[in-house]
Design a protein around this ligand. Sequence first.
Ligand code: ASP
Length: 307
Amino acid sequence: MAEWKLVIHGGAGVIERERLTAAADGAIRESLGRALEAGSATLAAGGSALDAVERTACLLEDDPHFNAGRGSVFTYQGSNEMDAAIMDGRDRSAGAVAGVTATRNPVSLARAVMERSPHVFLAREGADAFSREQGLEQAGPEWFATAERRRQLEMMLQSEDYFDAELKYGTIGAVAVDARGHVAAATSTGGLTGKRWARIGDTPVIGAGTYADDRAGAVSATGAGEYFIRAGVAHEICARIRLLGEGAQQAADAVIAEIGALGGSGGIILVTPAGDAIFSFNTPGMYRGLASASGRKVAIYADEGAL
Ligand code: ASP
């Protein structure tokens, strides 16, 4: 039996000590810890990486601290449109949704697309209709909307700073390797504050924000999605491991460096079937955490070191 591991993120960005109050810092660490605890329970009981990443992602989606599910950022028009994806490293089956508005847990809708439709990627009204047909739990706009995210939209509309890399990041992700050595990845987001024109980021794009392949590893990304799509980040990291034989950290750092060279920022989390569990980011901080049979650790700032 392999050793199970779970790594999570809650977004990367300009997350610095002087920007977070002690209360917010503590609350976020607690939220990350709770999510790790739930996913760990699945893995410790012999559950699959796929079940663990879905369960963990659902908890983070329900938590208003993060930009996914409840607490998603607002679009320019003042609505919440969410993107999510999930992928199973055993056979590279995958499901994704973009611009969904009424499913309480978009990651579970992505899983339903993977398991109960012949498709990989559904969008907007069609994806919302599929969700109702499949009997997934629905939620009204008031469930997703929070006062803090509305304030952020208002600030952005005033500044007309369309693409911002501030604290509004908060996309969530989970990657896991289970006791059988299988990997899975899940990512979920509200996207960018003030997004327009049905903009879709990297999160639900298989190979960009989310990828899992038992021959390499499972990756979930967060950051400036446009750059992550252009670099095919999650697939590129797995391809480097599989085809070049690079180590997990080396492959991840190389692709994040490419993002930086293009002018983008953000980060990724990665596990491999061999048990590597790492992160890489080029922002001042990334909400992140690791759980294994030997314990749990959460971190926020760059200087907090390895997980
Ligand atoms: N990557 C997400 C997007 O571009 C945003 C984020 O990670 O905060 O939609």
